[in-house]
Write a protein that binds this ligand. Structure first.
Ligand code: GLN
Length: 535
């Protein structure tokens, strides 16, 4: 049982976005976990969307789906992977969620005639949400990452709430870590401290004095730069940490640890007598090292719709790397735009495996259908996820079952052969936000199938995010022609896994295996896919 209240670490960002605040927050949380603390992470997203579900992955990166069906910011995925633990959807807080809870409370008359304002009503709602997580999960420590950059208008109420929380709980219970940048204009050039100075000034202007600075830089932060930053930002030099470019994000905890960050945090929290944690470290180091050893290359083509931004499929990328690390292979991923592929598929012959991740809508779908068919015909290992499952079924309908106009009704609503069709319960749904089939559901697996061989069980639970599914009108025909549906859910109401037993490795899954893959523990379908691609 927890005896004292949860310690909070608030991580803010300065200078610009994309500094790796998510990785730094996850790394700090990892170090606390390795120090035997019960820890979790929260992400604040100050934008006005209710959740990440309606956001374009090319602009914002992947929508990460939690076990309990939240459509979250991709940082939640970082937390899950670093900590190897599930993070509930409540851990992704947005402006819309806070404001709607305040507005609903106002409509219920809960403010008893008061004029409802950002301070205290909105800030109280933010604090309450954070405290509730800490308390209900009995956490020793909670890392809260505030999205955006200090100085943004939209993050102000959140930063104000965090400031109040420190005032109320005391500095022995709340720490601020500010992530900034020390750029150098060329490889050997001087590391510039001015952006950090200004960003800390901005933070202090709103009443927050950071306790620790995590400074992103291309090479280790020089002592002279540290001292200068310390002087101008009122943070002791030993509390200024270098977060220089790393070979793997998994080495960031070690980089911070080597600079003494765990001691600094524990001392500031008045915690002494750290328990011996070497066993935790041994386990973690084995995992990290498996990502660093140089190994034989396996080339994978990822054919998808949102390849212009690698972050659109960040969990798929990581899952492939997890599988490679476990198998002692170096997975090289080439992202190929399915829209540009149409007709010309020969380029795909150089790859050891082809993966098609999730996607929505018509654009680029023909390229995916042809890719799925190419992998089948050429006996190239294929893993299709969600859209990649659905369009593999469409390809099979067209090229094996002779249904030349087979399609998904998502792409051609009145197609003659709707191989993929809307989930029945979706037919009356109009609102786009939060209305897909979401989160973990039970899936049953048939004996003597590839799926059973991978998961070694008749029952698995996997996360979903879709509106369409395989149309069972075609089940008999497809089965007769050699496609096996080896996994299903809801008493066979929906098909979840397809495979072609005569193929080297041809697997399509309606669910999203990438959301449950972790360093050291690759998700089974990825491991088997990379293994088949390496054979
Ligand atoms: N667009 C498809 C559906 O809604 C696939 C979704 C996905 O790939 N996540 O069913």
């Amino acid at each position: 049982m927890q005896t004292e209240s949860t310690k909070h670490i608030f991580v803010t960002g300065g200078v610009m976005s994309g500094l790796g605040k998510g990785v730094i927050s996850s790394s700090i949380a990892k170090l606390l976990q390795l120090s035997n603390q019960k820890v979790s992470c929260v992400k604040i997203d100050p934008y006005l969307n209710y959740d990440a579900g309606t956001m374009n992955p090319i602009a914002h990166g992947e929508v990460f789906v939690t076990e309990d069906g939240g459509e979250c910011d991709m940082d939640i995925g970082n937390y899950e992977r670093f900590l190897n633990q599930n993070v509930p959807r409540t851990h992704n807080i947005t402006t819309a969620q806070i404001y709607s809870s305040v507005i609903e409370a106002e409509r219920r008359g809960e403010y008893l005639g008061a004029c409802v304002q950002i301070i205290p009503h909105v800030t109280d709602a933010i604090k309450e949400r954070i405290r509730k997580i800490a308390k209900s999960e009995n956490l020793d420590m909670l890392v809260v990452e505030c999205g955006g950059t200090v100085g943004d208008i939209e993050s102000l109420p959140f930063l104000e709430a965090l400031r109040q929380l420190r005032l109320e709980d005391g500095s022995e219970n709340v720490l601020f870590v500010h992530v900034t940048l020390a750029p150098s204009l060329d490889v050997v050039g001087e590391q510039k401290t001015k952006p950090t100075q200004h960003s800390v000034q901005e933070l202090r202007r709103i009443g927050i004095q950071p306790d620790l600075l995590a400074v992103r830089c291309s090479r280790p932060l020089e002592i002279s730069a540290k001292k200068k930053i310390s002087l101008f930002s009122n943070v002791s030099a030993k509390d200024v940490f270098s977060c220089h470019d790393a070979e793997s994000i998994l080495t960031v905890p070690q980089t911070l640890y080597d600079q003494g960050i765990v001691d600094v945090i524990f001392k500031k929290f008045g915690k002494v007598g750290l328990v011996n944690t070497s066993a935790n470290w041994d386990k973690w180091n084995i995992i990290v090292n498996s990502f660093l050893d140089s190994k034989e290359k396996v080339k994978i083509a990822m054919v998808g719709k949102y390849v212009k931004l690698a972050d659109s499929y960040v969990s798929v990328n990581h899952s492939l790397k997890h599988a490679g690390a476990k198998l002692g292979k170096n997975v090289i991923i080439d992202w190929i735009d399915s829209e540009e592929l149409n007709g010309n598929l020969e380029n795909l012959s150089q790859y050891n495996g082809i993966i098609v991740p999730g996607g929505f809508g018509e654009r680029g779908s023909e390229g995916i259908i042809k890719t799925a068919n190419y992998a089948r015909e050429r006996n190239i290992p294929y893993l299709g996820i969600c859209f990649g499952f659905q369009l593999a079924a469409v390809a099979f309908g067209r090229y094996v079952c002779g249904l030349s106009n087979a399609n998904s009704t998502e792409i051609v609503p009145n197609t003659e052969n709707p191989i993929i069709d809307l989930l029945p319960e979706q037919k009356l749904i109009e609102a786009k936000g939060g209305s897909l089939r979401l989160g973990a559901n039970e899936i049953k697996l048939e004996d003597n199938t590839l799926a059973f061989k991978l998961y070694k069980s008749n029952t698995i639970h996997k996360r979903h995010r879709h509106r369409y599914e395989f149309n069972q009108k075609y089940l008999e025909l497809f089965t007769k022609k050699g496609l096996q549906f080896s996994g299903y859910s809801d008493n066979k109401k929906r098909m979840e896994i397809l495979e072609i037993p005569s193929h080297k490795f041809y697997l399509g899954v309606q669910f999203h295996p990438e959301f449950s893959s972790r360093p050291g523990y690759p998700e089974e379908s990825f491991e088997a896919f990379v293994k088949a691609a390496s054979a």
